[in-house]
Design a binder for this molecule. Sequence first.
Ligand code: GLY
Length: 346
Amino acid sequence: MITKTIKFSSSSTTFYFAYGISHLKDIVDVKHTIFIINENVFQQHAKHFKNQQTITIKSGEQFKTQATIDSIIKQLIELGADRKTTLIGVGGGVVTDITGYVASVFMRGIKFGFIPTTILAMVDASIGGKNGVDVGVYKNIVGTINQPSFILHDLIFLNTLPEIEWQNGFAEIIKHACIKDAAMFKALEESSLKKYQQKKKLLCFLIQHNALLKSKVVQQDEFESGDRKLLNFGHTFGHAIENTYQLSHGYAVAIGMAMACIISEQYQNFKDTNRVVELIKRYELPVHQSYDAKNVIDVMKADKKKIKDAINYVLLKKIGKAVVQSIPINQIENIISQLEAENSFS
Ligand code: GLY
């Protein structure tokens, strides 16, 4: 068990790594806690939540909406939640987003923490304080920035993790390696999904390393005016196709990273697209999706990374070194239209 506290501008998050969920009672007053849980996780791990106040939510990005928020708020009122209540989100990225958002707006803000149950949520979604909901195909267009007071990792939840969720989690790990950590990129090239599934210690180290990598980037730029933007690598194109083509987040980011490499070749003279594409494939993730360029551009135009007629695109200079470049939307439109008919990486 390792604990680590990361201080942010006006609050801090304590990580409880490799902690059993049974130790939760040492961290929060469970009598004044309400769990917001993914329904599959609840069914598979019900014994951990016996006699607790729980609200279950359905799996899937399609439920990350204002309607779900309203329903949870009604249930919180029925359960007698007040300003002393702590909300704990137990699940993947949809649950952490919803819990952080509800906790930020309910009674103008109450305490919250997370028990992420997917790799993606452990290394990414639970960290950073940005929590919100989608409106139609527009991802995370509404939300808040508020840090969770704690994040507890219990790897027991990974025993029931579906295969696709392993792939999704590794998309964000590959992203971290591409933008910040050439040594991790090399280690990933020399390993595989199977190896991490079999070697729990290796996995545990990788998860902690990635959680801290992200936390440090956020700590230095909580409100995303600088380096934090790099975490959006693969997300501009990724978010534009995710809901339109009903892709999982990791798949969309993987395809987005491959696209960002092509754009990096043109704008940053990036030479290692092939290595990135091969690594993405090694972790059983896709690098291509057929798309309608006009649709994709329309969604991109509503992206939070668009400023006037340009998009702040995250590109790679080399593996482990990313930069943000403002690219006029008409130039992105040309590239995306040009690549539309090609199946560039298959
Ligand atoms: N909750 C994800 C982030 O803040 O980046």
